[in-house]
Design a protein around this ligand. Structure first.
Ligand SMILES: NC(=O)c1ccc[n+]([C@@H]2O[C@H](COP(=O)([O-])OP(=O)(O)OC[C@H]3O[C@@H](n4cnc5c(N)ncnc54)[C@H](O)[C@@H]3O)[C@@H](O)[C@H]2O)c1
Length: 366
């Protein structure tokens, strides 16, 4: 198999974590007889500096022309005062819209080795394995009219039937492969748009009688995620609420540096860590690359259907954490403090070991 991947490292720690993840990607592809064509493009602040826009036509066409896109992060204080449509973050919204990436999948699961890294109690976290499904191309981020003047600012929260239907279907289909539980999060007690969301989700639910569906207001959901995260299996939610809830869920894993994501559309797919460009640690070799490496595992799983490769990457991450390796964001006394590059090398080493044990070992037994 030959796969073409567009790499969009972006700003701040983006290039550091993407470089690390690409090395893992190359090893995994090689082991599973896959050839990769990797091409790098500018996005975000670095693109603005060179071309005067955070997203060029060249970068966008490269994404259209690839089997998958891996993005690092964009943004930084340098570009904070630009107008809204020139800011680095505008590139993300444009990419999502242009590629039709409506379904953002954000798993938040606890690695047992990191139980003590979170500020939450280990007994509250143990066994947590949530998937947050965030609708990504609707809601206040894209609704028109929008704007501000000297006297007021305004955005429009809007959802169309089809946008809710496809998300609800995905949630229920996914639930059928897991614990058959979906919590739909909205703010239907105040917002008409959320009442509509809830109505459609329940309509679609009728096709999936085996799945248990419950509704929760977003303010309560924020509290419940930190109070008792194990109660959740799949959380299905609107764009705005998903944005906030998935950062809250970052506390389950101990660090934003641990959270991967996939954004899927009907034709294209983009994978990226949930965190931003972390200007405070950029260029210091301190960034945790595991969220991006885990995003590569999601790419192998969702885009390439290379399930074993995805499983081995995840297993290599777990084994690396079990051996006590920690970047600064997840460090605790008694563990081994490592740089971005050292963490990458440890994951690659463990990937090779697990591959030899599981894949080569199994073949030898046959
Ligand atoms: N998808 C994206 O590209 C994206 C997402 C969020 C924020 N941003 C942008 O990033 C910039 C910084 O935003 P912010 O500070 O609010 O959020 P951030 O995620 O960049 O950083 C928040 C905190 O988490 C730490 N952190 C984040 N990722 C880490 C990693 N991999 N390893 C270790 N520590 C990590 C940072 O050091 C910082 O202390 C802003 O310009 C923002 O707009 C971009």
């Amino acid at each position: 198999m030959n796969l073409k991947i567009a790499l969009l490292p972006g700003d701040g720690i983006g290039p550091e974590v993407v470089n690390a993840a690409v090395e893992v990607m190359k090893i995994a592809a090689e082991k599973f007889n896959t050839t990769l064509t990797l091409n790098e493009y500018l996005v975000g602040g670095c693109s603005y500096d060179k071309f005067g826009t955070p997203l060029t036509e060249e970068t966008l066409s490269a994404c259209y022309d690839s089997d998958a896109v891996l993005l690092g992060a964009v943004g930084g204080t340098k570009w904070e005062n630009l107008s809204q449509n020139l800011k680095p973050e505008a590139a993300l919204l444009k990419l999502r819209k242009a590629l039709g990436l409506y379904n953002n999948i954000r798993p938040a699961k606890v690695y047992s080795a990191l139980l003590s890294s979170s500020t939450l109690k280990p007994e509250v976290l143990e066994g947590t394995d949530i998937i947050i499904l965030r609708e990504l191309t609707g809601d206040v981020y894209f609704g028109e009219p929008r704007g501000y003047d000297d006297e007021k600012g305004w955005n429009t929260m809007i959802y169309y039937r089809e946008e809710v239907v496809r998300m609800a279907r995905y949630a229920f289909e996914l639930a059928m492969t897991r614990d058959k539980r979906v919590v739909s999060v909205d703010k239907a007690n105040v917002l008409d748009c959320s009442q509509f969301w809830r109505k459609i989700v329940h309509e679609i639910h009728k096709d999936y009688p085996e799945v248990t569906l419950s509704d929760m207001y977003v303010d309560n959901a924020a509290m419940q995620i930190v109070r008792n995260p194990k109660q959740f299996d799949i959380i299905l939610t609107q764009n705005l609420f998903g944005d906030i809830l998935s950062d809250i869920a970052a506390m389950i894993t101990g660090s934003l540096g641990m959270l991967p994501s996939a954004s899927l559309g009907s034709k294209y797919a983009l994978y990226e860590p949930v965190h931003g460009s972390a200007p405070d640690i950029a260029g210091q070799g301190k960034a945790n690359p595991l969220a991006t490496i885990s995003s590569v595992a999601m790419m192998f799983y969702h885009s390439f259907k290379m399930y074993k490769a995805a499983e081995l990457i995840e297993a290599a991450i777990s084994k690396t954490l079990d051996s006590g390796y920690r970047t600064a964001d997840i460090y605790s006394p008694g563990s081994v403090l490592v740089s971005t590059a050292q963490m990458r090398d440890a994951v690659i080493d463990n990937f090779n070991k697990i591959y030899d044990e599981q894949v080569v070992g199994e073949t030898a037994h046959q």
